[in-house]
Design a protein around this ligand. Structure first.
Ligand SMILES: [Zn+2]
Length: 276
């Protein structure tokens, strides 16, 4: 499943090629994604200049002159960029194509849990869109740090791992990343979020930024393989210090890594150096 690092790499790649381009045509081969793509999408996009492509949480935002195209990759979506003249024939599961001068972007999504929605500027700030309004802080926002996490979690009794996964406090910390960040910060995944001290949150915030940045770099450096179903996430696990390492020695203290299931997701932790 595409996680924040993958979506960030996609946003950067699309932005590099499409910022400033004008949409010449849109083809919708299969409108049946998570929600049916609106019949008017083609009309909304055609002729519009793409001002900028960015990311909020796991949403890609194509900012056009009169609105924003919101794209979510769901479980299996990906955007692929081709030179128009050298574009391969349309692949199975290529559902949408955006054509600009000499360049096309195709949305491929085998499982079709992704979404593609148009939000007109007349509908207000896109960040207030129902899909985006409830999202947590961006981990690379300058306001995000240990003090911010500390303040945001006072009174919270849920385990920190679940608070991270919910995405309502901070976005982008999926299961593998949450496991790794808590290991790096030496916090037991079941620790009630409201009990964690400011100092430990400073370590956690630094871990979240560092580990996500590492995954983004990894995605950027291996972009050629982007079509692999594994994605950044899969390759990232090669570098994991806790995730998937049940029974292996902790790299810090040698104790065997344990596995526990929290909210139906596997967690791995060192029972010695990750404290409640
Ligand atoms: Zn350890």
């Amino acid at each position: 499943m595409p996680e924040l690092p993958e979506v960030e790499v996609t946003a950067r790649t699309l932005a590099r090629r499409f910022d400033g381009q004008r949409v010449r045509a849109v083809r919708i081969y299969n409108p049946n994604l998570r929600w049916r793509i609106s019949d008017s999408l083609e009309k909304c996009l055609t002729g519009e200049r793409i001002e900028h492509i960015s990311r909020r949480g796991k949403y890609l935002l194509w900012h056009l002159q009169s609105g924003v195209l919101i794209s979510h990759l769901g479980m299996s979506g990906s955007w692929r960029v081709h030179e128009a003249q050298r574009a391969p024939v349309r692949q199975r599961h290529d559902h949408v194509e955006v054509q600009c001068d000499g360049l096309i972007a195709r949305l491929n999504d085998p499982r079709r849990f992704g979404a593609l929605l148009w939000h007109a500027h007349s509908g207000g700030d896109v960040l207030h869109h129902p899909l985006l309004a409830g999202l947590g802080m961006e981990p690379f926002d300058p306001r995000f740090d240990g003090d911010w996490l500390f303040a945001a979690t006072r009174g919270r009794r849920s385990p920190i791992k679940q608070v991270l996964l919910a995405g309502k406090t901070v976005v982008g910390v999926g299961n593998i990343y949450a496991t790794e960040c808590l290991f790096a910060a030496r916090i037991h995944p079941q620790t009630p979020a409201g009990r964690i001290t400011r100092r430990r949150y400073a370590r956690l915030a630094a871990a979240i930024r560092g580990i996500l940045a590492q995954a983004i770099d990894l995605g950027g450096s291996t972009l050629r393989d982007f079509r692999s179903a594994e994605g950044v996430d899969g390759r990232f696990t090669d570098f994991a210090k806790a995730y998937g390492r049940e029974g292996l020695a902790c790299v810090r203290c040698g104790t065997r890594i344990r596995r526990l299931v929290l909210g139906q997701r596997a967690s791995y932790f060192c029972p010695r150096c990750q404290r409640p």
